[in-house]
Design a protein around this ligand. Sequence first.
Ligand code: NAP
Length: 484
Amino acid sequence: MLCLTLTGNTLEKNTEYIELYHTMSDLCELRIDLLEQMNLQDIIAFSQQAQLPLILTCRRERDGGAYRRTDRTRTGQLNRLLREGTWAYVDLEEDFRRGELEQIARERNIRIIRSFHDMQRVPADLFSRIERIAAKGEIPKAAVTALNIRDALTLFSAEQQLAHIEKKIILAMGDYGVPRRILYRRTGSLLTYASPPGTSAAPGHLDIESMKHIYRSDQVNSQTNIYGIIGNPVLHTASPRIHNPAFHKVGINAIYVPFLVDDVRTFFTFADRLSVKGFSVTVPHKQQVLPYLGRITREVKQIGSCNTVVWEREYWKGINTDYYGFLRPILNLLDGERIKRAAVIGAGGAARAVVWALRNHQCSVVILNRTPQRAEELARQTGSSWAALDDTASISQVDLIVQTTSVGMAPDTDADPLPGYTFRGDEVVYELIYTPEMTAFMKRAKLSGCSLVPGKQMLLGQGIMQFETFTGLNYPFTEDTVVF
Ligand code: NAP
């Protein structure tokens, strides 16, 4: 079940959230600790009128909530709400056993979710606590904190050890817990919580629209093929919006999830455990995945980095779709020899794919970089020439300028990587940055009449090739119809 956590600080706001999101949710959690006024009569009326089943929760500050009054006051308030309101579940903490509340819940057919929280770690006695709660006929809920990918792996193992407990909720707070929230049906959790867009009830909460419409996490089942992206950071990535709607459009049962990864080796164990079928790789893991791959393509070997890994029966195969994504928008120009000489600004990871792609298409390249040694090194490896970043005379004759540095990326959108260069107007300018879509560098090039290739085209191009590698199917959207 997808549970919308009502994060409003008034009942009016929460009514609005239900109106807006009830079609995306199976039930709602009313967090009365978040309300600015604890008017019990109004809360009772709210519960009786809600369009969806409700969980009643009053979370204490020490468990990550906002309730500051005494346990006695809380017991009194919950007592009245349980007796007079309409609730499907009540969430009571493991160390808060009050016979009177449990009795009312039993009499009124309100299921008890017995929760415990650890805001610091995954506790060592996690499994035994869950067992103990389940043995009492209550629904155990563990909300613990995953500090790294190893913690996330430990929690995924929980399903095997606790498979006999049919109704349980095991959540990991924080960014390492995001895949668990999305894949809750694969991990045997009764439900997952999501917030109204623009709010967040707990660290790592996703919004209900993404859960329902991007990830379709309520559709995941034992047959769903799991794909994803690893990186650090990774949650900002647009890739889930490239892949998930496309899986749905072509009608295959698959999901694409962001995995925050601090240790690549552990992720490969994690991927085996979850039967991950393939994944994208972003900074800083593009080189770190190489030792774990059974086969790599010529481009991965040349570039020395891999952005796509796919399971091929007995081993992981690595490819580099940045290479092809970059080439796609300019292939005709290269093949038609409209582009014969190029300047590449930058000598980082993306520049390596760009320079090799150009060199493999017989284009001469000059590399300009802030750190000249890196330009020199890449030039040596690829048979290119190089120059200092301010040596703009060295690129006066080029047909193509590829901007591969991070200069001009949001939030520093006024920055220009090549302020000393005056555009002629007949160069093609290819910008790799895609946030913002129009950088200061591109604006200046456009004013001079240059034709532009925005970073979004490469991003989409590499994503399309990943999709085709993962599924063997054509990507179902065009540049005009994709939304990400
Ligand atoms: P990277 O390996 O960290 O390389 C960064 C490059 O930017 C290096 O050449 C670095 O020069 C240069 N640089 C950074 N700060 C600078 C500054 N203040 N002044 C001058 N040069 C500076 O990063 P990357 O993976 O290559 O990514 C670079 C950019 O490409 C990012 O914006 C990324 O989002 C974008 N990208 C886009 C796509 C796409 O599909 N459109 C794909 C991959 C990457 P030094 O060597 O001197 O440090």
